[in-house]
Ligand binder design. Structure first.
Ligand SMILES: Cc1ncc(COP(=O)(O)O)c(C=O)c1O
Length: 394
């Protein structure tokens, strides 16, 4: 049986899946079984932050797993404690961390933190969380309900948990706050919603207003975190102090991990929350090594020069193809091109793949770029050559 047939026979079809079989990766290049080479401008949807086959990461993982992969959270886990310390120090916030295995789990933990705060800090219980209409926060029953896109709230999975409401813009948050509102949850750059960054001033005003009204600010940095926007957190770039921040995706470089960090340092007591695998030796050793690699690269100015170079290439593509794209969007290495419509978006994506370039789609009409943060200039050049080749046929 072919791999495609096995997959179709035994794996539930929750993804619209392509059947190219990748068998190796090096840097920002992927190689398929049929001998083709692809430039990876997607990082497995913002995950492979240190590229593929990174030697420092793979040797740290190999030496960790040959000693110890897992014990349990009933004992202290050295790389977990060290990763928590590292993340907190790099964030610049006075926080503590909870470790899970994915972005959705990180956001679940954030919601539980907010709800416990709402239950314990006020005379009248607060539990409502406001999110934005184009947001994306995950696929569990609660995080899909936190996701503000109606299309995700299909009746197939109802009933959903109460307590979530959605607004179209940051300005619409203010009138929505009532005496049962405990938190606002936002992405500073909406990823799945179309690579849409908010204005710095808008977010700073929101943070100030929420603080004055005792409403928590949860920043979902599952996609924007760990240097994706050029700083360790997008919250650092926006110069705000959130109450809760969630991370996942790029943190493990491909090893599943999620984190909710909060300034409510004593919110949980033993038994309030937990995860069998969360924060184990494998994932936190990987996370620690990824953060060390990226911290080095950030300190040397490499990430910022890569961002600048990538952005220049993207802007020049726009200038030459005004018939396909209206403008570029995004920050850092979380970038997009707004296609004139969804047909062009799909054709750029498909033709890109045909030309050996892995791109992503976001929102209705955005072609999205989330390259590894360690991508080289040569790989960027090669990727854009393939991009030009792909779009010249449209
Ligand atoms: C902003 C944001 N939050 C949460 C999630 C969910 O993360 P995961 O798929 O790891 O559960 C995603 C995934 O795309 C995301 O982009």
């Amino acid at each position: 049986m072919s791999l495609e047939k096995i997959d179709k026979e035994f794996v539930l079809s929750s993804y619209g899946r392509d059947y190219t079989n990748f068998i190796k990766g090096k840097g920002s290049k992927l190689y398929s079984e049929d001998g083709r080479e692809y430039i990876d401008f997607a990082s497995g949807i913002g995950v492979s932050s240190v590229g593929h086959g990174n030697e420092r990461l793979s040797s740290a993982i190999c030496s960790q797993v040959s000693n110890l992969i897992h014990t349990s959270n009933l004992q202290v886990i050295e790389p977990q404690a060290l990763l928590a310390q590292k993340i907190v120090e790099l964030s610049g916030y006075d926080m503590r961390c909870f470790f899970g295995n994915s972005g959705a789990e990180a956001n679940e933990a954030a919601i539980k933190i907010a709800r416990k705060y709402g239950e314990t800090a006020f005379d009248k219980k607060r539990y409502k969380i406001i999110t934005l209409e184009h947001s994306f926060h995950g696929r569990t029953i609660t995080t899909v309900k936190a996701t503000g896109q109606e299309s995700f709230h299909t009746p197939h999975f109802s009933p959903y948990p109460d307590g979530f409401s959605y607004v179209g813009s940051v300005d619409d948050i203010y009138p929505q706050i009532d005496d049962e509102t405990v938190a606002v949850m936002i992405e500073l750059v909406q990823g799945e919603g179309g690579v849409e960054p908010f204005e710095v001033e808008t977010i700073q005003n929101l943070a100030k207003e929420l603080k004055s009204r005792g409403v928590l600010l949860i920043v979902d940095e599952v996609q924007t975190g760990v240097y994706r926007t050029g700083e360790f957190l997008a919250s650092n770039l926006y110069d705000i102090e959130p109450d809760i921040v969630t991370l996942a995706k790029g943190l493990g470089g491909g090893v599943p991990i999620g984190v909710a960090m909060t300034r409510l340092k004593d919110i949980f007591s033993p038994g309030d929350h937990g995860s069998t695998f969360g924060g184990n030796y494998l994932s936190t050793r990987a996370g620690l090594t990824v953060v060390e690699i990226l911290q080095d690269s950030h300190q040397k100015g490499e990430i910022s020069s890569t961002i600048e170079y990538f952005r220049t290439k993207l802007d020049s593509a726009i200038e030459r193809y005004p018939n396909l794209f209206t403008h570029s969007v995004g920050v850092g290495l979380m970038l997009g091109l707004r296609a004139i419509d969804s047909t062009i978006q799909q054709r750029v994506y498909t033709q890109g793949f045909e030309s050996g370039l892995i791109l992503l789609k976001a929102g209705r009409n955005t072609v999205r770029f989330l390259p590894p943060l360690v991508i080289t200039k040569e790989e960027i050049d090669e990727g854009f050559e393939r991009f030009e080749k792909a779009i010249s046929t449209i």
